[in-house]
Ligand binder design. Structure first.
Ligand SMILES: [Zn+2]
Length: 274
């Protein structure tokens, strides 16, 4: 069950279940709206789940500013519907744990930066992922301001979760700083027509998800039934360049390095936490 604002650190599997003393691999995806997890990051979430990586999603809003509202009459009804759709999408993609926070949809640019980053730093220190995915400040293909802000908050959280001088009250309560190893932004080698202009992060990683996972990603997006009027357009957008490749930009790494083209988001990930 996906409970908002509550996340428990899942205990590590017993040593015998582990691949020797290899740490569990974890991927955290930070989004703005229910449906971003499928539409923007679904291929990577599916692929790495299949490879035995634990996948986590933190979504900042319940998406209640959406034009398409399904059967909902009120703000709260829409929030409930969209949280349930998010849970169904997560289940379909084998997500270990998904969480929808309560920040105001369409207003992430007026949220207190310190609060939003604190909430994300807390999740990073609890989950302790090696790899974090989010949007870049361009707003990830659609240019949505909430996407851009989710990316800004996530970028600061990636940097600050590892510092003992940021949100020390969390450390006093027993959490430890955590330095994730890689931060990726959503990227694409094409633009969407009829949108405000965006300047996208460069593509540094191409993840081949294949036709089958692409269909599953579309199916996960379709769990968001309130957004049904968007399905055809989104499928068309996702299907550009055949849709079987997801593209990312490696924005930051724990160890300094030169840029290089990648085909695996866990390439060079060490099994040792810091
Ligand atoms: Zn969105």
């Amino acid at each position: 069950m996906l409970k908002p604002n509550k996340i428990h650190h899942k205990s590590q599997p017993a040593l015998s279940e582990r691949n020797l003393d290899r740490h569990m691999r974890k991927l955290l995806c930070i989004t703005a709206h229910p449906d971003d997890e499928a539409g923007a990051f679904g291929g990577a979430l599916l692929l790495y789940h299949e490879r035995g990586v634990e996948t986590f999603i933190v979504c900042l809003t319940a998406g209640t500013a959406a034009r398409n509202r399904g059967t909902a009459q009120t703000h709260d009804e829409l929030a409930d519907l969209r949280r349930a759709e998010f849970a169904a999408s997560c289940k379909l993609m084998g997500v270990t744990r998904g969480e929808v926070l309560d920040y105001p949809d369409s207003k992430l640019d007026s949220v207190h930066l310190r609060d939003a980053v604190r909430d994300l730093v807390l999740r990073i220190r609890q989950i302790r992922p090696q790899v974090i995915l989010t949007f870049g400040p361009d707003g990830g293909l659609t240019g949505h301001v909430d996407h851009a802000m989710a990316g800004v908050f996530a970028t600061l959280a990636f940097e600050w979760a590892g510092r003992s001088d940021r949100y020390p009250e969390q450390l006093e309560q027993g959490l430890k700083p955590h330095r994730a190893q890689k931060l990726y932004y959503h990227a694409a080698d094409f633009d969407l027509p009829d949108r405000q202009p965006i300047s996208q992060p460069t593509v540094t990683a191409r993840i081949h998800i294949g036709a089958e996972r692409f269909e599953k990603k579309v199916h996960a997006f379709r769990q968001h039934a309130t957004q049904a009027p968007l399905f055809e357009r989104v499928r068309k957008n996702l299907g550009q360049r055949s849709g079987t490749v997801e593209m990312y930009h490696l924005a930051a790494t724990r160890s300094p390095r030169d840029a290089k083209a990648e085909t695996d988001l866990f390439e060079d990930v060490a099994d040792v936490d810091e």
